[in-house]
Ligand binder design. Structure first.
Ligand SMILES: *Cc1c(COP(=O)(O)O)cnc(C)c1O
Length: 396
């Protein structure tokens, strides 16, 4: 029995079956490399689902977290601490517009805050429904799940108390018909992540902004996966220069430490009154220290430019591969999906793991790549060299 087999048995006996049994037991990482419990080495092209942007065990995060945990690890929201202020100030300066920040510990919690903020504001103005998009993913708690367009994960847990209407993603006319002046808010991912890294047609975000402006509807951009450099800009909405009213962040923000943020732009920064919302762990000093290290490192090491460069290398390399199982590649920066001609993403993931690469079967026909920003050109080339063989094996 391998070390993995033994751990998988214990996992199955002790943990709920909602994730199935994960295919590897990771024990250690460094940069874009990870090792499993049996000593096998992999190049990590999924980075904990677009989270580990600086790679594993980055010295800046190790130092910031170690120092903070040895100083003060938790204050709760009964007391303020300087790290949360520094982080909120930093996020505001990266956005470049006025607003205020509410810190949380996960993506779904960021969207819960956005949901409450938008609903409170809308209700006060006589508004009575929300709009989201089909196939979208906004999280697993009941509010965020009510907004999630993937029916198979939403419907088993309904009904939900608030009217949420779903429109096809990328369809401006459908959005225009759905958003009336009784609509409180529109929730959008700038590119749909869990749906398969699906970008909208050019101009969609701009049109969404206009539709919301025309009806006085609040526009929420869920950048939990796309934000913090993943697409080569700090925030994906900066590609179209569209300003949201509310912005949510999480995954890449803490470089692996649990932290998220809900940012209210302009007047939305003051939409919560004292007592309206809270989170005991939200913005805890250790996670804030990690997030500050992430933001500083991205800035100081010019990682946004690297995301663009490596992303282009990855895409042009995949484009150059001629294989019957490969249909194409989509996405931006270091956030891509290899689209297959057949529903063989699980087989591609398994074959890649055997070949020493961690990738993610995101949809039956789409394989997600979201490597750390510190991935080297040589490491990308290694995946590109191995890909035809991986596709061969998956296609068998
Ligand atoms: C991952 C994700 C979420 C949920 O984040 P959790 O931290 O898993 O709760 C919400 N929205 C988007 C776009 C995501 O990718």
């Amino acid at each position: 029995m391998t070390a993995y087999d033994e751990l998988a048995q214990r996992f199955d006996a002790a943990l709920m079956p909602n994730y199935g049994t994960p295919p590897a037991a990771l024990v250690r990482g460094e940069g874009a490399t990870v090792w499993d419990a049996d000593g096998n080495q992999y190049l990590d092209f999924i980075g904990g689902i677009a989270v580990t942007s600086l790679g594993h065990a980055h010295p800046a995060i190790v130092e910031a977290v170690s120092k903070q945990v040895a100083t003060i690890a938790h204050t709760s929201n009964l007391f303020l601490h300087e790290r949360e202020i520094e982080l909120a100030e930093k996020l505001k300066s990266l956005l470049g517009y006025e607003g205020k920040v509410f810190l949380v510990s996960s993506g779904t919690e960021a969207n819960e805050a956005a949901f409450k903020l938008v609903w409170k504001h809308g209700k006060a103005n006589g508004r009575n429904f929300l709009v989201s998009t089909e196939n979208s993913f906004h999280g697993r708690t009941m509010g965020a799940l009510a907004l999630t367009g993937k029916a198979s994960i939403r419907e088993p847990f309904g009904p939900y108390g608030i009217d949420v209407r779903f429109v096809p993603y990328g369809d401006t006319d459908a959005l225009k018909s759905a958003v009336t002046d009784e609509c409180a808010g529109v929730f959008l991912e700038p590119t749909q992540g869990e749906a398969g890294v699906v970008p909208p047609p050019a101009g969609y975000l701009t049109a969404s902004r206009e539709i919301c402006d025309a009806t006085g509807t609040t526009l929420v951009l869920d950048e939990i996966q796309s934000g913090i450099g993943r697409t080569g800009t700090w925030f994906a909405h900066q590609h179209e220069n569209v300003k949201p009213d509310v912005l949510t962040l999480a995954k890449g923000l803490g470089g692996g430490m649990p932290i998220g943020a809900c940012i209210g732009v302009g007047p939305f920064g003051d939409a919560f009154a004292k007592g309206d919302h809270g989170s005991t762990f939200g913005g805890n000093p250790v996670s804030c220290a990690a997030a500050l290290a992430v933001l500083d490192t991205i800035e100081n090491e010019g990682l946004l430019a690297k995301v663009v460069e490596r992303g282009d290398q990855l895409t042009s390399g995949i484009d150059a591969i001629d294989h019957p199982l490969k249909k194409g590649v989509r996405g931006r920066g270091l956030w891509r999906a290899i689209v297959l001609t057949d529903a063989k993403a699980p087989q591609v993931q398994a074959a890649a793991q055997q070949a020493g690469f961690l990738v993610n079967a995101l949809q039956p026909d789409a394989v997600r790549l979201a490597p750390p920003f510190v991935v080297t050109p040589e490491q990308i080339q290694a995946l590109l060299d191995a890909l035809p063989g991986i596709l061969d094996q998956a296609g068998e």
